[in-house]
Write a protein that binds this ligand. Structure first.
Ligand SMILES: [Fe+2]
Ligand SMILES: [Fe+2]
Length: 361
């Protein structure tokens, strides 16, 4: 891409980050990258797996950007506690039965070297009616009932990634749950069966299984070839902390799998590189890259796009808060973005949509 690391950092460092950009985690990308050593490559051995298959259960977190942003603005802005916002659940033309609430959830199926499989449900969406439909469509409900899914891995506490937890727990109340450090009392109470009428949120199926809270600053191994890394990111709607997954596919390299990636995709890749053995070759990326979720653009986003190939990225399976504008620009810049099929209310085929599958092997 012809962009030196120094130029990239310089580009980020001089970029102004105010208001939304600051809270969205873009500034954390800037700061972390400025202070991280450029040449370090990690030595933490996470083992190897044979393949990683990501099935997009739902990447449509909401159906109208305008309605969602309006909800936040009416409640007082981007810093307001998400549990006291009266989110719109009726009268939205492009919504799901008029409801603006959708959700984000991906099934990550990892084939181990011995041929056995481990399944991670990455996030559980928002609107339980929408999630019930998505889970039924992809057979997730049956997998949960049969306890074929090994863990519910919550990337972060945001409404669109976590509030659909009832749709999981009704089938498998003792599923092991992994969260990053930073959940607020409301989030922990929701897991135990609390309801939040203003936010139109409830969980009637208290979690009875193991809850693991993952701290930042180290690599948490999950099983051979799989690990988790947490970040103390401050995020809009009063959310703190996000975690992402990293896999090591034999003979290929590392794969980074994210929910929203509010820590910043470059911060995430840089942290993997810095801590995980083989981090000099991150051949695949999957999930929300959080660049233009509301389809706005800032010149510094161009730097993010240009930096991805520097990590060895050969496959980009992005969606959700990546933004269609970002996908368009990445494709124009020649980046290997995997296209989708725009089914089940995913709007455009520019990136992986609902029901689409990407296998890293
Ligand atoms: Fe999100
Ligand atoms: Fe988020």
């Amino acid at each position: 891409m012809g962009l030196s690391r120094r130029d990239f950092l310089k580009g980020l460092a001089v970029g102004g980050t105010t208001g939304y950009l600051t809270m969205a985690g873009v500034s954390s990308t800037v700061m972390k990258d400025v202070f991280l050593p450029a040449e370090a490559v990690g030595d933490f051995d996470i083992g190897e797996c044979k393949s990683v298959t990501c099935k997009v259960i739902s990447e449509t977190s909401w159906f109208s950007n305008k309605v969602l942003v309006g909800d936040m603005q009416k409640a007082g802005g981007l810093l307001v506690n998400q549990y006291i916002i009266p989110w719109t659940n009726e009268g939205v033309k492009e919504g799901f039965n008029g409801d603006n609430r959708g959700g984000y959830s991906t099934l990550v199926d990892v084939e181990l070297l011995d041929g056995t499989h481990k399944k991670i449900l990455l996030d559980c969406g928002w609107n339980t009616k929408w999630m019930d439909e998505c889970f039924a469509r992809e057979g997730i409900d049956d997998m949960l009932k049969k306890k074929e899914i090994d863990m519910l891995y919550i990337s972060h506490e945001h409404f669109d990634h976590y509030w659909g937890v009832e749709s999981v727990l009704k089938h498998y109340p003792d599923i092991p749950v992994l969260i990053p450090k930073g959940f607020y009392k409301e989030g922990l109470d929701l897991l135990k069966g609390a309801s939040f009428p203003t936010a139109k949120l409830k969980n009637d199926y208290p979690h009875t299984g193991k809850l693991e809270v993952r701290e930042s600053g180290k690599v948490h191994p999950l099983f051979p070839g799989a690990a988790s890394i947490s970040f103390d990111s401050a995020i809009i709607c009063r959310v703190t902390g996000e975690q992402g997954l990293v896999f090591n596919v034999k003979d290929k390299g590392l794969v980074a799998v994210t929910g929203c990636c509010h820590m910043g995709i470059i911060s995430f890749l840089q942290e993997i590189k810095r801590r995980v053995k083989g981090g000099d070759k991150i051949f695949g990326v999957q999930g929300g890259l959080h660049i233009s979720p509301f389809e706005d653009w800032d010149p510094q986003y161009d730097d993010l796009i240009l930096a991805l190939p520097e990590y060895g990225v050969e496959i980009i399976g992005c969606n959700h808060c990546t933004g269609y504008l970002t996908a368009e620009k990445m494709l124009k810049a020649g980046l290997p973005v995997v296209k989708g099929t725009a089914r089940f209310k995913s709007k455009k085929p520019l990136f992986l949509g609902n029901g689409d599958v990407l296998k890293f092997c």
